[in-house]
Design a protein around this ligand. Structure first.
Ligand SMILES: C[S@@+](CC[C@H](N)C(=O)[O-])C[C@H]1O[C@@H](n2cnc3c(N)ncnc32)[C@H](O)[C@@H]1O
Length: 288
């Protein structure tokens, strides 16, 4: 079957609520996965691509799962492109979002500009933030912390998949709890913690609700993790170290207020995403 025939056959589905991509993008992604080709190769050869009977069966099985069972395409395929890498994702980890690449870009810029040596990716999920920073900056050492043991296994697989060569350590911990006795101090801590207010979770799309609640639920205000991390990070940052967060689109004012309770933190940058929503906050820590 060629691509046009596949698009036609897929008209039996209602793609209007898939909320991650359009019908053709979904089909194209699945074909790339089945044929083990990237998007560039797909678009340059799409007129010649033919799927065998078995491949068509797989493709429509995936579409059934996407449309009828509301499983995110990234979980069906089992991987997702993020930054310059590809990441294994399962239902145990949040699907890394494109918006999060802003945090990665900023961290890389600071690491290279200020010659930062060691970093912590706190609440690391699939490890996408820490791994992309490791592979694209001058950092020497990256630690990953998550409280989900299944996520830690995925981080390990993604470190191997992406040929990370810097020193890495994967740490099972409830935030900084298991780091207390290590004496580690970091030049930079990056984090995209859970930040959805608890009461908003029921209103999320069926697809987002497939992601681990542990990765989404930021407590009643959505700010629980930021409050704890900002407070505790003071024990784990070197003097002049950096703390960088991804935040929800409406959380900048609250975050600025939380930081202003601490004389040790200086807000350096507030960064917006492509939709002009607040997305990243960057602070410098001054030991007093
Ligand atoms: C929003 S996800 C971010 C995942 C990944 N950093 C990303 O940006 O794609 C938050 C992560 O925090 C982890 N988490 C939740 N509570 C935690 C805790 N108390 N300590 C450490 N990690 C926690 C979840 O398991 C999840 O992997």
């Amino acid at each position: 079957m060629n691509i046009t025939e596949i698009y036609e056959k897929a008209n039996k589905y209602d793609f209007s609520n898939i909320d991650i991509c359009t019908k053709n993008q979904a089909i194209n992604l699945i074909i790339c996965h089945i044929k083990k080709i990237n998007m560039t190769k797909f678009y340059t050869s799409m007129n010649e691509i033919i799927l065998s009977k078995e491949e068509v069966t797989i493709l429509f099985k995936y579409l059934d799962e996407l449309i009828y069972n509301k499983i995110p395409l990234q979980y069906i395929i089992g991987e997702v492109p993020f930054y310059k890498e590809k990441y294994i994702v399962t239902k145990d980890v949040l699907i890394p979002r494109q918006d999060t690449e802003i945090l990665v870009d900023k961290a890389i810029a600071y690491i290279n500009r200020y010659n930062l040596k060691n970093a912590l990716d706190l609440c690391s999920g699939s490890g996408a933030i820490g791994i992309s920073i490791s592979n694209n900056s001058k950092i020497n050492c990256m630690h990953f912390v998550d409280v989900s043991k299944n996520a830690l296994e995925i981080i390990n697989k993604n470190i191997i998949k992406n040929d990370v060569t810097v020193d890495t350590k994967i740490i099972y911990s409830n935030l900084f709890e298991n780091l207390m006795t290590t004496g580690y101090k970091y030049d930079i801590i990056v984090s995209n913690p859970p930040y959805i207010p608890t009461n908003d979770i029921d209103n999320l799309s069926e697809y987002v609700k497939r992601e681990p609640r542990l990765a989404l639920d930021g407590g009643i205000s959505g700010l629980d993790f930021y409050i704890k991390i900002i407070d505790k990070a003071r024990d784990f940052l070197k003097d002049n170290g950096y703390l960088m967060f991804e935040i929800g689109y409406n959380q900048m004012e609250s975050l600025s207020k939380i930081f202003s309770n601490y004389v040790e933190y200086e807000i350096l940058e507030k960064v917006k995403d492509l939709n002009l929503n607040d997305r990243v906050i960057i602070c410098r820590f001054h030991k007093i």
